[in-house]
Design a protein. Structure first.
Length: 515
């Protein structure tokens, strides 16, 4: 991984490690990662890298378990591995020098095929086998035993779970090497059903780590990996919003003519109220807003003629699909305007929901000429004039473009339901600003959200560090329990001496370098 920012920390790998799959792990001390419970009733494989502390006489360290005593994988003090499935258990023992070694990184893989043959491997070598374990294997946590007993002490990295038995060649791939680093589970076919990279992408929210399931970022497995695993959550009751300031970049009129622009965002509305998405509207300085409207809560794009208040004169369009149908569901929304101006400006306006062009209804008031270049700030999640209208829910990947995106270009952003890297978009030259929200964002009293394309970073108002949440398409993600915010460490299998920043934020990276 190259240098990247994940809330609270810049992660700067040693140069010789920058191309490796994993450079950071998590250190467990009676802590746990908890995620949605899953049952594996047939064939499965589980791979994880462990670096346990020195064993004591009675130390039994859980690696994977559920909230009962029927299913678990644990390490025993005599360097054995115990697997229990549906109440039946087996102990894998090795007396030929292949023991579990404290204070050393090692890869443990357990597989079960469709005939219930179970095999255990340490660093690619057989650690024992069994043919007696059948039934569903239920898991919902790492590193903590049932009832909080016999918790794992030490480091864990790169936990991956498959719904089939890995082949010998796949096990070799996961083992990797000291020169190339650990193998990438996502390179295998079929891909894992879950992959928790732990240290490299985990974000702290002030109380817990959010640990993304990398496999889930590919949704159904036939699309590119999601670019952003995080979002920010807005609470209308707390009047949350992001202020991106006033800039000519966000104004698309000069009082006599308009110019084209488009707005794109991923949203998850939490109620059936009016939800302000993105706008540039002041009390007597209205330019444009993109919102869910008063009628049936459909999408609305509205333009205001020079000198107008939000009462008009204006031109706009309202969509046909109610966002009430998508409560607590991620959707992609976009609007475009071709800049034609005048009383028929709405003829050049389009709305999109999940990549599909909406049937629209025209909204008109008074005589419209063109928008002005006003001084109202661009806000995400609210506007200035209607002080009681805020967004309630989550927002991710807001972007502004100085062109009327085509239907194909909107579909490209939609990307079959997963945010993509807009730096690779075909209309990148027309991208004005892009805020991922959550990813490339830092919290210090307020959130700073980095403008990935322009120089208009946003600042949150009335938001807390806890407002970083799982992003678009994320499911089966993990959340830490009992961690204090310093458990990500610059040590991983085949990768050491990696740096972590202290008291730095997302704006501390600059382009000025020694010449």
């Amino acid at each position: 991984m190259s240098t990247q920012f994940t809330n609270r920390q810049w992660r700067l790998p040693n140069n010789e490690n920058k191309d490796k799959q994993s450079n950071y792990s998590m250190d467990f001390d009676n802590d746990a990662i908890v995620f949605n419970q899953t049952t594996y009733s047939g064939a499965f494989s589980m791979s994880f890298w462990v670096n346990p502390v020195e064993f004591t006489t009675n130390n039994r360290a859980f690696l994977i378990t559920e909230n009962s005593n029927a299913n678990f994988i644990w390490l025993l003090a005599n360097n054995d591995i115990r697997l229990k499935i549906n109440g039946s258990q087996y102990i894998f023992s090795e007396s030929g020098g292949n023991d579990i070694v404290p204070s050393t990184w090692q890869n443990i893989i357990i597989t079960r095929d469709n005939s219930n043959n179970v095999n255990c491997f340490r660093n690619g070598s057989s650690f024992g086998s069994s043919s007696i374990l059948s039934g569903g294997f239920v898991v919902n946590r790492f590193a903590q035993g049932y009832g909080g007993s016999w918790n794992y002490l030490g480091k864990i990295d790169a936990v991956s779970i498959f719904d089939y038995a890995l082949s010998p060649s796949q096990i070799t791939t996961l083992q990797g090497s000291s020169s190339t680093g650990i193998g990438n589970p996502m390179s295998l076919s079929p891909k894992p059903v879950a992959y928790y990279q732990l240290g490299d992408k985990s974000a702290f929210n002030g109380a817990d780590y959010l640990v993304p399931n990398i496999a889930a970022e590919e949704a159904d497995g036939d699309i590119a990996t999601s670019y952003s695993p995080y979002a920010l959550e807005f609470d209308s009751a707390s009047s949350d919003y992001i202020d991106c300031g006033d800039s000519d970049d966000f104004s698309f009129g000069n009082s006599s003519t308009d110019s084209p622009f488009s707005v794109s965002a991923w949203i998850k509305v939490g109620n059936t109220g009016i939800n302000r998405i993105v706008n540039k509207v002041g009390g007597s300085d209205a330019e444009w807003f993109f919102t869910t409207g008063t009628a049936n809560r459909t999408l609305v794009l509205n333009l205001y003629s020079s000198g107008a208040t939000t009462a008009g004169p204006n031109r706009g369009v309202a969509g046909s699909t109610s966002l009430n149908n998508y409560i607590n569901q991620w959707v992609h929304v976009a609007s475009s305007y071709d800049g034609r101006g005048g009383n028929t400006a709405y003829d050049g306006m389009k709305l999109y929901l999940n990549g599909q062009l909406e049937t629209t209804t025209n909204l008109t008031a008074g005589t419209y000429i063109a928008m002005a270049n006003g001084v109202a700030p661009l806000r995400i999640g609210s506007d200035i004039y209607f002080t009681n209208y805020y967004f309630n829910g989550s927002i991710s990947n807001v972007s502004i473009w100085n062109t009327a995106l085509t239907s194909a270009q909107v579909t490209e952003i939609y990307n079959e339901g997963v945010p993509s890297n807009l730096n690779n978009h075909s209309a990148y030259s027309s991208l004005v600003s892009w805020w991922q929200l959550g990813s490339n964002s830092s919290f210090n009293t307020n959130w700073t959200v980095l403008d990935e394309k322009g120089s208009n970073n946003g600042t949150s108002v009335n938001m807390t560090e806890a407002d970083i949440v799982d992003g678009v398409g994320s499911y089966a993600n993990g959340t830490s329990s009992g961690m204090g915010g310093d458990e990500v460490i610059g040590d991983a299998p085949y990768s050491t001496a990696n740096s972590l920043s202290v008291n730095m934020d997302v704006e501390d990276r600059v382009t000025d370098t020694p010449s």
